[in-house]
Design a protein around this ligand. Structure first.
Ligand code: SF4
Length: 241
């Protein structure tokens, strides 16, 4: 991935930078990603590499001060949408960092949460009123930070005060910019669409998709390994949200 073209535009304005990223998503990228034996792992690695690239752009662009800071998690009470591909990546990460036991606990929790919120309208207000912290939030930090959904990655708030106000009541006025993730989000959407089984939804409310992905991961692990040989969870490291 070459961000040279984007860096050249950095002194102009954000919009130009991120529109340039979107144009950079090519059919060739998609073909390369889909050709691999483990396309999902590959695409996720590339997606987060891309995110690092745009994060650098954001840090360099002093014209847009971002209000987000470690430990601030008002946005982790919002309804989050994910693609099937992202949910699979998160499920893999959960399995690797929390082990079979952690994955099974989260499977039960996400199934229950998905059932609880399945009728919430997409505007998210009814969801917010229930004051439900994301099930992946641990002590104020995201437990799947390296593979968190692009919806979370891209939610760059410009006002902590507005986020706090919006935490108590859904408001339309929280200023944020999501353009930093135009490239990876576009790539995820395209690859998800190409990989999705016919007739299955490709994206939706996170808990429902994550429950399904966890169920698949657990079934695969149990089919491949005798129970006693499945690794215990690795020591979990958390990066600051
Ligand atoms: S996935 Fe992580 S960043 Fe996103 S809402 Fe949940 S805890 Fe917050």
């Amino acid at each position: 991935m070459d961000f040279t073209h984007a860096f050249r535009l950095i002194d102009k304005n954000n919009k130009a930078v991120f529109e340039a990223q979107a144009k950079h998503v090519t059919r060739r990228d998609e073909a390369l990603l889909l050709a691999g034996a483990d396309a999902m792992t590959r695409v996720l690695a590339l997606v987060y590499e891309a995110e690092d690239g745009v994060g650098t752009i954001a840090a360099m662009n002093k014209k847009t001060p971002i209000a987000c800071s470690p430990g601030c998690h008002f946005c982790c009470f919002l309804m989050v949408a994910v693609s099937e591909l992202e949910a699979q990546g998160i499920a893999q990460y959960i399995f690797q960092t929390m082990g079979l036991g952690g994955a099974m606990l989260l499977l039960a929790a996400t199934q229950a949460r998905a059932a609880m919120v399945k009728d919430c309208p997409r505007d998210g207000e009814a969801y917010l009123e229930q004051e439900l912290p994301c099930l992946l939030l641990r002590e104020g930090q995201c437990s799947v930070y390296p593979v968190r959904p692009m919806a979370c990655v891209g939610y760059h708030s410009l006002s902590r005060a507005d986020c706090e106000a919006g935490h108590h009541k859904a408001v339309d006025s929280i200023p944020y910019i999501g353009e930093y993730v135009v490239y990876p989000t576009t790539l995820i959407t395209r690859v998800t669409a190409a990989r999705a089984a016919p007739g299955r939804p490709k994206a939706g409310e996170m808990n429902a998709f994550l429950a399904e992905a966890l169920r698949d991961q657990i079934a695969l692990a149990l089919a491949q390994e005798p129970l006693h040989s499945i690794d215990q969870p690795a020591t979990q490291t958390r990066e600051e949200a």
